[in-house]
Design a protein around this ligand. Structure first.
Ligand code: HEC
Length: 115
């Protein structure tokens, strides 16, 4: 529980800097960006359980119960949805410079943190 709270506090801080920096949408992802960098720049705004996550209903990073049925579908299925977009989730989380491979790596990163 303490770990979970720490993650939450940490994520809200990141989300705050994303909001304050107005960097959502205009990311600086390059071919060498890591999954974690992509997550922080393009996905955290909705997937950290903050206000935007609540607004859109995005599965929160680290929320095992929410991720379990998603993980059961498999990373490839989740990656396809993430690339094409699903409901309120924009295609590639609006990351225009992310390659399909990078989106897959980011999905795997999120899965690792949520199981
Ligand atoms: C604007 C908000 C928003 C952003 C930004 C966003 N997501 Fe999402 N995401 C959502 C929402 C909402 C859902 C739930 C969609 C549904 O099933 O209704 C979702 C669902 C998902 C899922 C589960 C898909 C499935 O199989 O059902 C994955 C994986 C995912 N997002 C990955 C990402 C990644 C990776 C990024 C960053 C590159 C990202 N998201 C950025 C809102 C967002």
């Amino acid at each position: 529980m303490i770990v979970r709270r720490t993650i939450k506090t940490c994520c809200s801080f990141i989300m705050l800097s994303v909001l304050v920096g107005c960097s959502s949408g205009s990311s600086s992802v390059t071919a060498t960006s890591s999954a974690e960098e992509i997550y922080v720049q393009n996905c955290v705004a909705c997937h950290s359980g903050g206000f935007k996550g609540w607004m859109t209903g995005a599965p929160e990073l680290g929320d095992k119960a929410v991720w379990e049925p998603l993980i059961a579908k498999g990373v490839d299925v989740m990656t396809t949805f993430s690339i094409k977009g699903v409901n309120k989730m924009p295609a590639k989380g609006s990351c225009k410079t992310c390659s399909d491979q990078q989106i897959k790596a980011t999905v795997q990163y999120m899965v690792e943190k949520s199981k």
